[in-house]
Design a protein around this ligand. Structure first.
Ligand code: HEM
Length: 312
């Protein structure tokens, strides 16, 4: 099985190392904000996150992958990470993507994807034969590829994206009733938007940060949080399998942005958005991809913290 060390080393080999920076989702922007939950969410979980209090949030938007200079106007995955400081002092974290579901079903698949897509030094591009062998060995990757076929992955703005938990979590009430869910943050007025290649061409490599600040200056930015409740036949442990057909969906709350800060100086820089730092009342599912994340994030965090300390 893939170890977290192997995974992080493979990412370093693929993208190079930017001392003091994250090994994945390297390019990003910090923000602060506030979350307010609904009574519907409180009925499903005893977590202080869902008891209707105004919860301060530190967050980060990011480009997937380990390239610190990833151009905003090229297709990519995007992340939103959140740290909630709950009234009783507990921290609760989430790290989500603008993908509907994951490409691989296992940590081994994640590792093999990094290895197969590492540029060949001779050509500067991944070896197509390796990519093909990877896709044959991990046929689940076809599902996301087909779902995204013909769609742009260049955002109109970080504030125009839906962000999904992808992994399944279990909500628990005070009397122990468990409900498996996946969650999503849907942008205001459901205005999810991506740009065509032509539209993006003229915007340059760093427009996402500028657009976020401009939008914030001219008005409110918010998302509503949705909880999708699992049906009997839904996959709880495989993030590469979407939940299809009718589902019960709960409106769980609203996330509002207050301020945007550059990555270099802001509070989110020293946060490890480990997605299993959860409050009482929210538990992880047995998804192996979810459980592979904390040790990899910890290695990345330890390396960048030590490098940052050396630079001081
Ligand atoms: C085996 C699977 C995965 C591995 C090994 C992995 C690895 C990593 C690593 C090493 C980091 C950098 C951590 C740091 O230095 O703070 C990271 C960041 C991140 N990951 Fe993952 N990841 C995986 C799956 C996922 C999934 C399924 C999602 C979303 C559903 C996700 C969302 C994010 C986000 C949003 C960040 C950026 C957090 C920030 O802004 O600090 N990752 N990932």
């Amino acid at each position: 099985a893939a170890t977290p060390d192997q995974i992080v080393t493979a990412m370093e080999n693929k993208f190079g190392v930017y001392p003091g920076e994250r090994r994945n989702h390297t390019k990003g922007i910090c923000f602060s904000g506030e979350f307010q939950s609904t009574a519907e969410a409180a009925a499903l979980s005893r977590s202080p996150l869902f008891q209707g209090n105004a919860i301060p949030v530190i967050g980060r938007f990011s480009q997937a992958g380990g390239n610190l200079h990833a151009p905003d106007n090229k297709p990519n995955g995007h992340g939103m990470a959140l740290r909630f400081t709950l009234p009783d002092g507990q921290l609760h974290q989430m790290a989500m993507l603008d993908l509907p579901f994951f490409d691989v079903a296992s940590p081994e698949g994640f590792l093999q994807k990094q290895l197969a897509t590492t540029p060949d030094p001779a050509t500067g591009k991944p070896d197509p034969a390796k990519v093909q062998a990877f896709e044959q060995a991990f046929p689940e990757t076809q599902r996301l590829k087909q779902a995204l076929a013909g769609q742009s992955r260049i955002p109109a703005g970080y504030h125009r994206l839906s962000y999904n938990s992808i992994n399944t979590f279990i909500l628990e009430t005070a009397d122990g009733k468990a409900t498996p869910v996946r969650w999503a943050f849907i942008p205001a007025e459901d205005q999810e938007a991506y740009l065509s290649n032509e539209q993006a061409e003229s915007l340059g490599a760093d427009y996402l940060q500028d657009r976020l600040q401009d939008r914030l200056d001219s008005g409110d930015i918010h998302w509503r949080m949705e909880l999708t409740l699992a049906n009997e036949d839904d996959q709880l442990t495989d993030p590469s399998q979407p939940w299809t057909g009718p589902h019960r969906v709960i409106q769980a709350g609203t996330l509002r942005l207050h301020a945007v800060e550059t990555d270099a100086t802001a509070a989110c820089r020293t946060i490890n958005f480990d997605p299993l730092r959860l409050s009482d009342g929210v538990k992880p599912s047995d998804d192996p991809v979810l459980h592979a994340r904390p040790p990899a994030y910890a290695i990345s965090f330890a390396k960048r913290s030590q490098e940052a300390a050396r630079q001081d």
